[in-house]
Design a protein around this ligand. Sequence first.
Ligand SMILES: [Zn+2]
Length: 142
Amino acid sequence: MQDAPGVGLAAPQIGVGLRVFSYHVDDEVGHLINPSLDLSAEEQDGDEGCLSFPGLAYPCKRSLHAVAMGFNEFGDPIVVEGSDLLARCVQHETDHLNGVLFIDRLDSDQRKLAMRAVRESEWSGQLTRVKISPHATSGLAL
Ligand SMILES: [Zn+2]
């Protein structure tokens, strides 16, 4: 995430099947595990991109303000609250944890443009190697 550079990265983006993401927006840096969101009805407009879609950005509506509740990397309960880019980041990354991509949230015209750009990108069709999660299941079924 830091090298990309990006403001957020969710575990599923790097092949780890855990509900956790990292964020770095302005001076706010951290990890949020198993987040739940409380979103404002007031919305924001603006371009949004994703480290999983290098070089692409499209206008995407999001709530202007978000309160994200979850746990930090030490297992302590935390609340990450913010507006604008921080709110956009926690919504985008929580979507990743729920199997939703930002292109799923675009209006139909923008989504068509995005899908065309994906098909025409140099990285389209490249194989992605997914690592098996190193976390033991301790005999529990998944
Ligand atoms: Zn993303």
